[in-house]
Ligand binder design. Structure first.
Ligand SMILES: C[S@@+](CC[C@H](N)C(=O)[O-])C[C@H]1O[C@@H](n2cnc3c(N)ncnc32)[C@H](O)[C@@H]1O
Length: 208
């Protein structure tokens, strides 16, 4: 679902980019066990600065970043100069119907996107489908109690099918074959972490 005007103003501005660069993406990096990811996918790229922060922080070979809103993709493409042109590709696409073959990516990133999907479970299944075996899914999402709070309901617009509690989120990840490696929660407001497409029993050194 596309953002309403107020959320566009919140998300599509330099402060949001700054927070992604200095706080969110480095936090996800600390959860990564220093793994190397060659090809990454970002779903819901917004203004495109998240993909650049992922590139600079995780140092993959390449990132493909998609967004449902062609205006965002046009804007993001304007960021591509020099080396970035070779390493980042922005394209329009739907996170609930990813236009990629199974097992394409080493890592998938979603910051604040799953809760915008009309069917968030479908989005999680798509993430799992396009991840390679033992690939990692990095996420950062607000939870249902926050999205249902009065100020958030008044100011923003979110699909009912995109809301989930922490327990629902973990359960659906697992049903999709994605097992939590690291997770941080901010009360019932938001969750961030990494889930791996690998059953914990496969690698006994890795804790569930
Ligand atoms: C809250 S913004 C987050 C943007 C960016 N990831 C960030 O952290 O600033 C949610 C983004 O998801 C995009 N989006 C919503 N539904 C989508 C879908 N079905 N497929 C891909 N992107 C979608 C919106 O256009 C918007 O750019």
């Amino acid at each position: 679902m596309e953002l309403n005007l107020i959320e566009r103003l919140i998300v599509m501005n330099p402060l949001r980019s700054f927070l992604q660069r200095v706080f969110e993406i480095p936090m996800l990096k600390r959860m990564s066990e220093e793994r190397i990811y060659n090809l990454c996918l970002e779903i819901g790229a917004g203004r495109g600065t998240g993909a650049i922060a992922i590139l600079n922080t995780f140092r993959p070979e390449r990132i493909i970043a998609i967004d449902i809103d062609p205006r965002n993709i046009e804007r993001a493409k304007r960021l591509l100069k020099g080396e970035l042109k070779e390493r980042i590709e922005f394209r329009t696409g739907d996170a609930m119907a990813l236009d990629f073959p199974d097992q394409s990516f080493d890592a998938v990133f979603s910051t604040g996107v799953i809760h915008h999907l009309e069917d968030w479970k479908k989005g999680i299944r798509e993430v799992s489908r396009v991840l390679k075996p033992s690939g990692d899914f990095f996420f950062e999402e607000p939870l249902r109690p926050f999205l249902e709070s009065l100020p958030v309901r008044i100011l923003t617009r979110h699909p009912e099918g995109g809301m989930f509690s922490l327990e629902e989120f973990k359960k659906v990840l697992e049903e999709a074959g994605l097992y939590i490696k690291k997770i941080k929660t901010l009360n019932q407001i938001a969750v961030a972490g990494v889930a791996r497409k690998e059953h914990p029993s496969v690698n006994p050194l890795v804790s569930p």
